[in-house]
Write a protein that binds this ligand. Structure first.
Ligand SMILES: C[S@@+](CC[C@H](N)C(=O)[O-])C[C@H]1O[C@@H](n2cnc3c(N)ncnc32)[C@H](O)[C@@H]1O
Length: 395
């Protein structure tokens, strides 16, 4: 078959060519997707395409065993960037645990495991360890990497960490944490034309994967119609993220969910000027908007409609405890005090810390685009992370 590096690739600019082994795996995934397209009668909806591209067993981006995080991978997340991120979260955990007289932490989508390591290390130093640190991670390859990192970095705490295959039957009491999880969930893509709302599907034209339009199904139509978008508008709806909130809400007995990701309230998400939606692909630190390329080799993400997340929480009997920017959360939790307390005699380290704080909090970097939302059950608490600024009113 045609390599995914065909003419279409050039339209996304100069992307570095993958190694032959990666190309072979991508070709195999493409064959598998083409089969599914043929069995479905010629096209599959984009959410299914994205699900296969990211999570097809053994071949999808998050299942294929490649390096994804950090300088050698495709993108850098906040916990990868700086331990200060986890230290701020640790302080927020402590407030919740004091209120609940302890509890468990459940981290969902733990990536390389670096957040778990830094968080547990900090909570240990503060003598505030959770009873258990559960990790819910769909990728077996990443589970292994997380386990290796934790065993190497904090061997004394390894017995507190448990990988769950399903949510605990007795429910969760404590804190649920997710960083950049929801943006990696498959989204439904739509466009608006003179005939109405169209659902975007993916087909195969004998050379490349191509877009195909079909009239939107009822669920998608009901969501998009009230947005009153003009013809030519394309965007996404993340029904999987909303379903995930419901699943977690059903399991959370007492405690708080803290969800970090990039995105906006609904009015900004579907702003008339955001006509091409928010879909973005990450490949070796290059960003481009074409998810049909490099199948299985690039990350595909979409921004989060935080109004939808808040609604999903409230509909499932959670209270909306806070919503703010990453910068406001980290500054509320004392990121600058953590940074000032570091050893300033080491000049190189000092410069690195200043750069990390800048990257995490500057509005030109991650500070404004990235948000945090807190949802809770039976927790009557003003969370410290939202004291400098709480934007619940904007959702
Ligand atoms: C973009 S990465 C973020 C990783 C990490 N939280 C970080 O900030 O570096 C998304 C992670 O979520 C995992 N994931 C995706 N969908 C999931 C789901 N439904 N349940 C659990 N983990 C999931 C992926 O395998 C991956 O580890």
């Amino acid at each position: 078959m045609a390599s995914p590096f065909s003419e279409a690739t050039k339209s996304a600019g100069q992307l570095p060519p993958p190694m032959p082994e990666a190309t072979a795996r991508s070709d195999e995934l493409a064959r598998h997707v083409r089969e599914e397209i043929a069995n479905a009668g010629g096209s599959i909806d984009f959410a299914r395409f994205m699900e296969l591209a990211l999570y097809a067993p053994g071949l999808g981006y998050y299942r294929g065993g490649m390096q994804k995080f950090g300088a050698q991978g495709d993108f850098v997340t906040a916990p990868e960037l700086s331990p200060l991120f986890a230290r701020c979260i640790a302080k927020q955990c402590q407030q919740v645990f004091r209120h609940l007289s302890n509890g468990d932490i459940v981290e969902v989508g733990a990536g390389s495991g670096v957040l778990a390591v830094t968080l547990l290390r900090e909570l240990d130093a503060q003598q505030a360890l959770p009873e258990n640190y559960y990790i819910l991670e769909t990728s077996a390859d990443l589970q292994q990497r997380q386990s290796d990192l934790i065993a190497q970095e904090i061997p004394d705490l390894l017995d507190r960490v448990h990988w769950l295959q399903t949510l605990p039957e007795d429910g969760i009491r404590g804190l649920v944490l997710a960083n950049e999880l929801l943006d990696a969930m498959p989204v439904h893509r739509f466009s608006v034309n003179e005939q109405g709302i169209q659902q975007l599907h993916v087909a195969w034209d004998d050379k490349d994967f191509v877009w195909h339009e079909k009239p939107a199904n009822k669920t998608l139509h009901e969501r998009v119609d009230p947005l009153d978008l003009a013809p030519g508008y394309t965007s996404e709806v993340n029904f999987h993220a909303e379903a995930w909130i419901k699943t977690m809400a059903d399991c959370l007995k007492v405690g708080v969910m803290l969800v970090f990701d990039y995105g906006f309230p609904r009015a900004e998400f579907y702003h008339p000027q955001r006509r091409a939606g928010t879909l973005m692909c990450h490949y070796r630190h290059r960003n481009h908007p074409d998810p049909l390329l490099l199948i299985g080799l690039q990350d595909i993400t979409a921004h989060i409609d935080f109004t939808a997340i808040a609604e999903a929480g409230v509909t499932n009997d959670l209270s909306l405890l806070g919503y703010t920017s990453q910068a406001a959360f980290l500054l509320s939790m004392g990121i600058t005090e953590f940074a000032s307390a570091a050893d300033h005699t080491d000049r190189k380290q000092h410069i690195e810390i200043v750069q990390q704080v800048n990257k995490l909090t500057s509005p030109a970097e991650m500070g404004e685009l990235y948000k945090v939302i807190a949802l809770g059950r039976e927790v009557d608490l003003t969370l410290d992370g939202f004291t400098l600024q709480d934007r619940r009113g904007r959702l």
